[in-house]
Design a protein. Structure first.
Length: 242
């Protein structure tokens, strides 16, 4: 079983506009669902600096790539085999992680296993198979998702979905054009992300900030990512015999 062939680009470019925008969009879409941060597991914590709003009283980070972990902190491990006891955490996040995991069902089962009954999972994944490109190959992705596809996988894993929305709708036309351009002219074989000009970066961040305000009260009907919050059902109370 494999998870990730290459480390997250955020390890080398943590201030890249996309990670900064994602932090705001995730907070807008999922922040209200982070109600119990007393024991948090952040899977794929190479991207951890981009979601500081999720940090709680006891915050454990996990990444397959040791470069994504601070020295002396965190755990180097696979999402397919998390080294924690059942029910250890109240909240588990996996932002742009599950698409790296094969089998998908094993990763979701592990995220569910380490959650306490009644605990919550927050996810993000890349959207749309038609948008598959050389970037996905270099990043070690196994798949891209639609919102119904992600909801179905999460429900099969035994979760109850609380919210599922697309994200990055504001910059979606630019994303779609870029992906179509990649099919005509593949990018150089490098893990380095394309650097926009300062003007373009300001436009992208401005569109994302406007979307973040809108996402607080609305689900996006399209976008280059899917955001999801789901609960592990609480254990049913035992009843004594009459």
């Amino acid at each position: 079983m494999s998870v990730q062939r290459e480390g997250s680009a955020s390890i080398e470019q943590p201030d890249y506009w996309w990670y900064r925008a994602r932090a705001d969009l995730l907070h807008a879409a999922l922040g209200d669902f982070a109600t119990d941060t007393s024991r948090v597991l952040d899977v794929g914590s190479a991207d951890g600096p981009s979601v500081p709003w999720l940090h709680g009283d006891h915050h454990v980070t996990v990444d397959l790539d040791p470069r994504g972990l601070r020295p002396g902190q965190g755990v180097c491990a696979s999402a397919l085999s998390l080294p924690f006891r059942d029910g250890s955490f109240n909240l588990v996040s996996a932002f742009d992680v599950v698409e790296h995991c094969e089998p998908e069902a094993v990763a979701l089962a592990e995220l569910r296993r380490v959650l306490r009954p009644g605990g919550r999972m927050l996810l993000s994944v890349p959207a749309y198979t038609w948008a598959w490109s050389d970037h996905d190959v270099r990043a070690g992705h196994h798949r891209r998702y639609t919102r119904p596809r992600l909801v179905s996988a999460v429900e099969r894993a035994g979760f109850v979905v609380q919210r599922a929305s697309y994200g990055f709708a504001g910059v979606f036309p630019i994303f779609a054009a870029e992906r179509l351009a990649r099919r005509v002219r593949p990018q150089p074989d490098t893990h380095q992300l394309p650097e926009p000009s300062r003007t373009v970066e300001r436009v992208l961040l401005g569109l994302s900030r406007a979307e973040a305000r809108w996402l607080r009260g609305h689900d996006a009907p399209f976008g280059s990512s899917v955001f999801l919050a789901a609960d592990k059902p609480a254990a049913l109370p035992t009843t004594g015999s009459v």
